[in-house]
Design a protein around this ligand. Structure first.
Ligand SMILES: Nc1ncnc2c1ncn2[C@@H]1O[C@H](COP(=O)(O)OP(=O)(O)OP(=O)(O)O)[C@@H](O)[C@H]1O
Ligand SMILES: [Mg+2]
Length: 154
């Protein structure tokens, strides 16, 4: 598994990192996000969406659990699902929101905050993003990007 580690010093830098990371994404990819409340998962996702020229407001879909944005790349329309499982009470609720249909959809990109809440129900992850807060500076974040696709080639 390939792992890259970055340090960002502001919200803006995290958005830029997300936009840069988006270049790696291809249709069907699932990206999981792990990190405490306020870590910067949604900011990173804003950067990804910026790269895909999403016009809708990108925010944590806390109550709806799932947002769908219309993105584009090289004039092709690209659907981006933004999920936030923080308020998921039980993995049984995943069926109600059409989780499997979303995760296995090969024609869209899927970004999942609090992905760990899905437990073993989430068995397809292509990139895992882990964001750590910093004790010394409230604006510093350590961001780990795991490329799980590389496993397939090793
Ligand atoms: N380096 C940084 N990167 C990202 N956000 C930062 C950074 N420094 C400060 N912040 C602030 O931290 C907050 C991150 O909020 P964000 O909504 O992205 O967190 P989250 O991980 O999605 O939280 P939640 O689990 O509640 O959805 C924002 O208020 C942002 O301004
Ligand atoms: Mg969020």
């Amino acid at each position: 598994m390939k792992k890259d580690v970055y340090i960002t010093k502001s919200e803006k830098e995290t958005i830029s990192l997300g936009a840069e990371f988006a270049e790696r994404l291809t249709l069907g990819d699932v990206v999981s996000f792990t990190g405490d409340l306020g870590a910067g998962k949604t900011e990173f996702i804003k950067g990804i969406c910026l790269n895909f020229k999403v016009q809708e407001i990108v925010s944590s879909p806390t109550f709806t659990i799932m947002n769908l944005y219309n993105g584009e790349r090289k004039n092709d329309d690209i659907s981006i699902y933004h999920l936030d499982l923080y308020r998921l009470n039980s993995t049984n609720e995943l069926a109600e929101i059409g989780f499997d249909e979303c995760v296995y959809d090969e024609k869209s990109i899927k970004l999942i905050e609090w992905a760990e809440k899905a437990g073993t129900k989430l068995d397809k992850v292509d990139y895992k993003i882990v964001i750590h807060l910093n004790d010394e500076d409230e604006d510093y974040r350590t961001i780990e990007i795991f490329n799980l696709k590389e496993n397939e080639n090793n």
